[in-house]
Design a protein around this ligand. Structure first.
Ligand code: F0G
Length: 462
C-alpha cells in the first residue's frame, strides 16, 4: 500500500505589520525576575521575549477588525456598534438578550449576584478563578462535578471537560434542587488544561437539569475551540460546521458569560447573554452601576464593533483549525522530548505537569511557580502558574488548597506567533527538563487577599 505523504498546512493569513520584541540575556532576566518577586505576572512585558502568559486579550486583530475600529460610534447611548454586536451574538450564539461588559469577570459578577442566594451550591465542570470567586462573593459555594479523569493529567479521555452526571445527581439529592440555582459549565475547560465537553454529555446534562428545573450557565470564553474538538473527536460531527456546533452548544444552555478577549479575538471586551427577560432586566439595572450604560457596558463603540467581527472570524473553519493546530504542534513537540504534559493536548495552550517535572519539590514549595520562573530565566518565555498558588486557600480553614493539577500553562495567543517561536519554546522546556534536578523551590513572601496568583511575591529557597 502506498503511504500518504505528510503535507504541511499553514496559517490562513499573512503578516502585514510586525511588533519588534526585545532580546535579553540571562543576567537581564535574573534581575527582572528578582524585581518581579518570581511572579511572571509582575514582569514588565518589555522584558519578555515570547509571551505565553495568557491567550487573553493578546490576539492579533485582523485588518477587517482594525478597519471596523474606525467605524466606532462613540455615542453615550444607543451606539450603532452595540446593535451590531447584539445582532451578531443573537445570530451566532442564539441567546436572546445581551449586556456588554468590559470583560468576562464583570459579566460573572453581575450574573452571580442576580442568580445566587446565600448558602446556594453551584456545581461546575472544574472551577475557574474569577468565576468561583464571584460565586463565593454572592454567597454561593462552588462544587466540582467534573469527571475524575479531568484531575489525572495522564488520562487520555477525549472529553475531560465532561460533567460526571452521577456526582451531580448526588449533589441534587443532598442539597435539593432549590439550593442549586444553576450548573456552571465552561466549554474548553481552562483549569483542566483546555479540555472540551462533548455534545453527548451536554445533552445528558440538559436532560438532568431540566428534570429538576435547574439552569445551565455557560462560560463560553473558548466555545469555538470546544466546538472544533467536537468536530474532530465526536462521532456524528465530522462534517458539521464549527459555527453550527457552537450554536448547538449554546442552544443547550440558558445563559452565558463570555470573556471575548479569547475566542472572539479582541483585546478587551465581554458580555453576558440570557434567554430570560427578568434576568436581563436585572442585569441591565446592575450594569449601569458597575460598568456603564447597558448599550456599552464599559466598552468603547469601536471595541464592540471589533468584537462583532471577531465573533464571525472565530468560527471560520480555517481559522480555528490553524489556531488549535498551532497548540497541537507545540504540544506534540514537547511530548516528543519526553516532558510530562497534560494529555490530550488542550485547545488554548500546552500545560506542563510541573509536579512530575520537578518531582523533588513538595507542593508547598510551589513547583509550578518555580517552573514558570525557570522558563523565563532560560529563554525569556513567560508562562503562568496553574497550581497551588492559583487554587488559593480554603475560606473555612485558611489552609492552602492543594490541587491535583500542579501545572504551568504555555498559553498561545491567537494569530501572533510563528512556528519558529513554537520551536524555541519547546527547546527551552527541554533544556529545563534535562537540568531539572538542579532546580530549587520558592517560598511565598507576600500574599494578597484575593486571587493571590496575580500579585504574590516569592523568593528562592536555599
Ligand atoms: N472564564 C474563563 C474560562 C477564563 O479563562 C477567564 C479569563 C475568565 C472567565 C475571566 O475573563 O479575564 O475577561 O475577566 N482567563 C484569563 C486566562 C485571565 O488567562 O485564562 P476576564
Amino acid at each position: 500500500m502506498v503511504q500518504e505523504r505528510r503535507r504541511s498546512w499553514a496559517e490562513p493569513y499573512k503578516i502585514k505589520m510586525v511588533e519588534p520584541v526585545k532580546m535579553t540575556d540571562r543576567n537581564d532576566r535574573k534581575k527582572a525576575l528578582e524585581e518581579a518577586g518570581y511572579n511572571t505576572f509582575l514582569l514588565h512585558s518589555e522584558d519578555v521575549y515570547i509571551d505565553l502568559l495568557t491567550d487573553s486579550g493578546t490576539s492579533a486583530m485582523s485588518d477587517r477588525q482594525w478597519a471596523a475600529m474606525m467605524m466606532g460610534d462613540e455615542a453615550y447611548a444607543g451606539s450603532r456598534n452595540f446593535y451590531s454586536l447584539e445582532k451578531t451574538i443573537q445570530d451566532y450564539y442564539g441567546y436572546r438578550y445581551v449586556v456588554p461588559t468590559h470583560q468576562g469577570r464583570a459579566a460573572e459578577h453581575i450574573l452571580s449576584q442576580i442568580l445566587i442566594k446565600e448558602g446556594d451550591i453551584i456545581p461546575g465542570n472544574m472551577y475557574f478563578t474569577t468565576t468561583k470567586l464571584h460565586q463565593e462573593l454572592a454567597g454561593g459555594q462552588f462544587v466540582d462535578v467534573i469527571i475524575d479523569e479531568a484531575h489525572d493529567p495522564d488520562h487520555e479521555h477525549p472529553f475531560k471537560g465532561n460533567v460526571d452526571l452521577n456526582k451531580l445527581e448526588d449533589l441534587i439529592k443532598k442539597h435539593g434542587a432549590g439550593h442549586i440555582p444553576y450548573v456552571s459549565i465552561a466549554t474548553s475547560v481552562n483549569m483542566a488544561g483546555g479540555q472540551p465537553i462533548s455534545m453527548e454529555n451536554l445533552k445528558g446534562l440538559r436532560e438532568l437539569t431540566q428534570k429538576h428545573g435547574i439552569k445551565i450557565v455557560h462560560d463560553m470564553t473558548r466555545v469555538a475551540e470546544n466546538a472544533y474538538m467536537i468536530k474532530t473527536r465526536e462521532t456524528g460531527y465530522e462534517n458539521a460546521h464549527v459555527a453550527d456546533i457552537v450554536r448547538e452548544i449554546c442552544d443547550l444552555t440558558d445563559a452565558a458569560t463570555m470573556s471575548s478577549k479569547k475566542d472572539a479575538l479582541v483585546n478587551i471586551g465581554g458580555f453576558l447573554a440570557v434567554n430570560d427577560w427578568d434576568i436581563f432586566e436585572e442585569a441591565r439595572n446592575m450594569v449601569v452601576v458597575y460598568e456603564g450604560l447597558h448599550t456599552y457596558g464599559g466598552l468603547a463603540g469601536r471595541d464592540m464593533e471589533a468584537m462583532a467581527i471577531g465573533i464571525t472570524e472565530s468560527v471560520q473553519e480555517d481559522h480555528i483549525r490553524a489556531r488549535v493546530g498551532q497548540v497541537q504542534y507545540l504540544g506534540e513537540k514537547i511530548d516528543q522530548y519526553g516532558v510530562p504534559i497534560v494529555k490530550p493536548i488542550g485547545t488554548h495552550g500546552v500545560f506542563l505537569n510541573a509536579r512530575r517535572m520537578l518531582e523533588h519539590l513538595p507542593q508547598d514549595q510551589f513547583p509550578a511557580q518555580t517552573l514558570a520562573a525557570e522558563l523565563y530565566l532560560d529563554s525569556g518565555i513567560r508562562a503562568m502558574e496553574r497550581g497551588v498558588v492559583s487554587a488559593g486557600r480554603n475560606p473555612e480553614t485558611g489552609d492552602h488548597i492543594y490541587p491535583e493539577l500542579e501545572l504551568v500553562r504555555l498559553t498561545i495567543p491567537r494569530r501572533v506567533y510563528t512556528q519558529a517561536h513554537m520551536d524555541v519554546v519547546a527547546e527551552s522546556v527541554e533544556e529545563i527538563y534535562i537540568n531539572r534536578e538542579k532546580v530549587k523551590g520558592l517560598k511565598m513572601t507576600y500574599e494578597p487577599k484575593y486571587l493571590r496568583f496575580f500579585q504574590a511575591r516569592f523568593e528562592p529557597l536555599g
